[in-house]
Design a protein. Structure first.
Length: 384
């Protein structure tokens, strides 16, 4: 069985790496890796090179990302993606295609796979992120898919509610937690040497992406966040840059301008999984609106200051402090995550997304599947 795994971003690859490893080690199945999106963009760090450094063969590269993050540019990039995916899928001839999440390039890929009659296994479906168009993309990919691997039972029930057969929807937990289990994270001293920095009394990891359905501009939102950050004394900030989403470039420009004039900060297009998770564990909080603050941070006992609407609707641990894009509210959140009571609560909590060992479960289910180019599926009525 040829299993095609697709990745379009640095973060997505980090989540999929344990699954890629499991497929490579397994018998009776063969990995086909399709790389696209920002992996192939110099602006986003040419992160496909990290895949090659991991000694993983890339079977297809699909260039599709225009140097534009407007609505017009994103839609045209999706069109280019469809053209490239047509050739890639025709050449790879996968028996099943694995897609994670809710990226716009993955919607284009899922649509192409439908026409090629290739079954799709979808990871992280059923979730809610009301502040971004990713929410609708995720649901659309679920309806194009044939196997569903959810991160909680609640999300499993939501996919069944969407008309998917319960037998095809499996709650396995969040795959990102596999890395926390499998990797030996860097110590504080090792990370300082690796990044060329010196941590201060308080340290924060900042990751903010455009909330693509929010009426307020990402530029205005991020300027508000930066003003709040400047209020924090004895603090060091590690910025990771925004994804290739609508209006993401202005955020990255503001980050670059900030770190030039503020010595207590540093920015990276991509930290990579090991350095990112090490920083997430060491830092006093993750600041921004990344799903990592919702899913991975609780397992590392790290608080999250979740800002704005992007993650609105997702199941959260008690270590998450939600606030609007308001300087007053963000400042209050910084104070809250430093309190002894909140730190104790964070250390005592249980992650609602499980405890890892997800990739192995996914591979076992796929190996035992029997789709073989049969993508017909009846709608499952809840009352039947």
């Amino acid at each position: 069985m040829n299993i095609c795994v697709a990745t379009g971003t640095r973060a997505e690859y980090g989540l999929l790496k344990p699954l890629i490893d499991q497929i490579q080690f397994a018998t009776s199945i063969q990995l086909k890796l399709l790389v696209t999106g920002s992996h192939l963009s110099p602006e986003f760090g040419l992160t496909y090179k990290q895949i090659e450094e991991d000694k993983i063969t890339i079977d297809a590269k699909v260039e599709m990302l225009l140097s534009s993050d407007t609505d017009v540019g994103i839609v045209k990039s999706m069109g280019l993606a469809m053209i490239g995916f047509a050739d890639a899928l025709n050449n790879l001839e996968p028996d099943i295609l694995v897609i994670l999440g809710d990226r716009f390039e993955m919607l284009a890929l899922a649509s192409a796979a439908l026409i090629f009659k290739i079954p799709i296994a979808h990871i992280h479906g059923g979730e809610i992120t009301e502040g971004a168009y990713d929410n609708s993309i995720r649901h659309a990919i679920s309806k194009l898919s044939h196997l569903h691997f959810t991160s909680t039972e609640s999300y499993r029930q939501r996919i069944i509610q969407m008309g998917e057969n319960p037998n095809s929807v499996i709650n396995v937990g969040a795959i990102g937690l596999d890395n926390i289990t499998n990797l030996k994270l860097l110590t504080k001293n090792e990370l300082e040497i690796n990044l060329g920095i010196k941590f201060l009394k308080y340290n924060y990891l900042v990751t903010f992406h455009p909330a693509t359905l929010d009426e307020e501009s990402p530029e205005h939102q991020f300027k508000t966040i930066l003003r709040s950050i400047k209020n924090e004394k004895d603090s060091f900030f590690i910025f990771t840059k925004a994804n290739a989403d609508t209006n993401g470039r202005i955020i990255n420009q503001l980050i670059d301008e900030f770190v030039i004039i503020n010595e207590n900060s540093i920015a990276f297009s991509s930290l990579g999984t090991l350095r990112f998770l090490s920083a997430l564990k060491i830092c006093d909080a993750l600041v921004g609106n990344s799903s990592s603050g919702i899913i991975e941070a609780p397992s590392l006992k790290t608080p999250t200051i979740n800002i704005g609407k992007r993650q609105q609707g997702r199941i959260q641990a008690e270590s998450t402090v939600n606030c609007n894009v308001s300087e007053i509210e963000i400042n209050a959140a910084f104070k809250k995550v430093k309190t002894a009571d909140f730190i104790l609560k964070t250390n005592m909590q249980k992650n609602p997304y499980g405890n890892g060992d997800v990739a192995k479960k996914i591979v076992e289910v796929i190996k035992n599947s029997s789709f073989k180019k049969n993508i017909m599926k009846p709608f499952f009525n809840l009352n039947q």
